[in-house]
Design a protein around this ligand. Structure first.
Ligand SMILES: *Cc1c(COP(=O)(O)O)cnc(C)c1O
Length: 397
């Protein structure tokens, strides 16, 4: 996920536009700002690229998830179904609103298992939040059918899958709401930033107001604006948005490059009969930011992961024992460790995560290795890496 690999003159020029006026804020100061509205400009361009009617930029991907949930009216005690394999932002955003994360198994797509989702629905469920991990997607048709049947909101976390598509539609644009991150290691970056896309005009207005203290954004005098409801500050700055405009212009080149490098690595590993690849739902096209594959057993996978590091093949991840991305590492969530009291609804309704059976997820994650795809690799480096991966993995089998 390499936006930072190609930071250059385009980003510098955009940032300089902002620095020349000194107006770092996205709202107001009309007379001073030389007519730059970088956040607005990025929102318009991103909505267009993502085939969505509305885009709201915010300060991070975590903020995007929080604002998206809030905009759909999710609050204390509402249950949100999320996967066991994701980034901690999934449950952080849910808990921030006093809502309750309900963790369910993943399958060989490395995303939500639709059968497990349906089994987890209760009268308190409000939202299904698939997370398109490592560049590929959940079975969106199946999840859409479930959310329609039970009248739930479908919120796509596409933070790791920008540019991937499902049945010809950009990931993030299929559900009721889609969220993106532009943090420093994502496909495109603006330092810190995030976005929400939607075709729902009500959610769009709610997002716009919620992320800026509930301001109604009517008229030209910020001080005179009213507050239809309580909000918070999740605003992006003009400096960050400026970088995002330049990076968005590079997205298609990034995606092409990732696909080329991914394909070389995949073809090499496909020659090993014991290696299989994550499944991609029919009609899906990955963004190729990672190549994820399975080995036959947990023991062989651990051995292969260690051997890859020893052979100097960097950026191969074994998420099963990693602190950030899998339930195994989330002691703080399992034991609800927080600085202050947590919402009573969360305390009462949260699963006993120390004793919930996630053996189906374990069976997949314990056999998964993901190789990051960089765009800075030369053709020779990619081929050398492919050979090294093939040789090292074959040797442990
Ligand atoms: C990065 C990421 C986020 C959060 O993004 P930040 O901008 O770092 O807050 C959320 N979900 C997933 C899947 C991510 O990878």
């Amino acid at each position: 996920m390499p936006g930072f690999e190609i930071f250059g003159d385009e980003e510098r020029k955009q940032v300089n536009d902002v620095l020349e006026s000194g107006v770092l804020m996205r709202y107001g100061f009309d007379g001073m700002r030389n007519n730059h509205w970088k956040a607005k400009e990025f929102e318009t361009a991103f909505a267009k690229r993502m085939d969505a009617e509305f885009c709201q930029l915010v300060s991070s991907g975590t903020a995007a998830l929080t604002v998206a949930l809030a905009s759909a009216g999710i609050g204390a005690g509402d249950e949100v179904i999320m996967p066991t394999f994701t980034f901690v932002a999934s449950f952080e955003s849910i808990l921030a609103l006093g809502a309750v994360p309900v963790l369910v198994d993943i399958d060989s797509t490395l995303t939500l298992d639709p059968t497990a989702v349906e089994a987890a629905i209760t009268s308190k469920t409000k939202c299904i939040m698939p997370v398109h991990m490592c560049g590929s997607m959940a079975d969106l048709d199946a999840l859409k059918a479930i959310s329609t049947k039970h009248n739930l909101i479908l919120l796509e976390d596409a933070c790791q899958a920008l540019g991937g598509t499902y049945k010809g539609k950009p990931l993030g644009s299929y559900g009721d709401l889609g969220c993106f991150s532009f943090d420093y290691v994502k496909t495109i970056t603006c330092g810190e930033g995030g976005a929400i896309i939607t075709n729902n005009a009500r959610y769009a207005v709610h997002s716009d107001q919620y992320q800026d203290h509930g301001h109604d954004h009517i008229g030209k005098d910020r001080g005179a604006e009213t507050h239809p409801f309580l909000g918070y500050n999740f605003r992006i700055s003009e400096l960050n948005a400026a970088v995002g405009i330049a990076q968005l212009g590079k997205l298609d080149a990034i995606l092409n490059n990732q696909k080329k490098n991914y394909t070389i690595l995949r073809e090499a590993l496909a020659t090993i009969p014991e290696v299989t690849f994550r499944s991609v739902p029919k009609g899906g096209e990955e963004n190729h930011s990672f190549l994820s594959f399975f080995l036959p057993t947990e023991q062989l996978t651990k051995k292969a992961h260690k051997a890859l590091a020893e052979a100097g093949v960097d950026a191969c991840f074994y998420w099963y024992t990693n602190n950030w991305h899998y339930i195994n590492g989330w002691e703080h969530l399992k034991n609800l460790k927080s600085l202050g009291n947590v919402a009573i609804e969360v305390k009462n309704q949260l699963q006993d995560l120390n004793n919930t059976n996630f053996s189906k997820s374990d069976a997949v994650m314990s056999r998964t290795i993901s190789s990051l795809i960089k765009i800075g690799w030369t053709e020779k480096q990619v081929h050398d890496r492919a050979e090294a991966m093939k040789k090292t993995i074959a040797a442990v089998l």
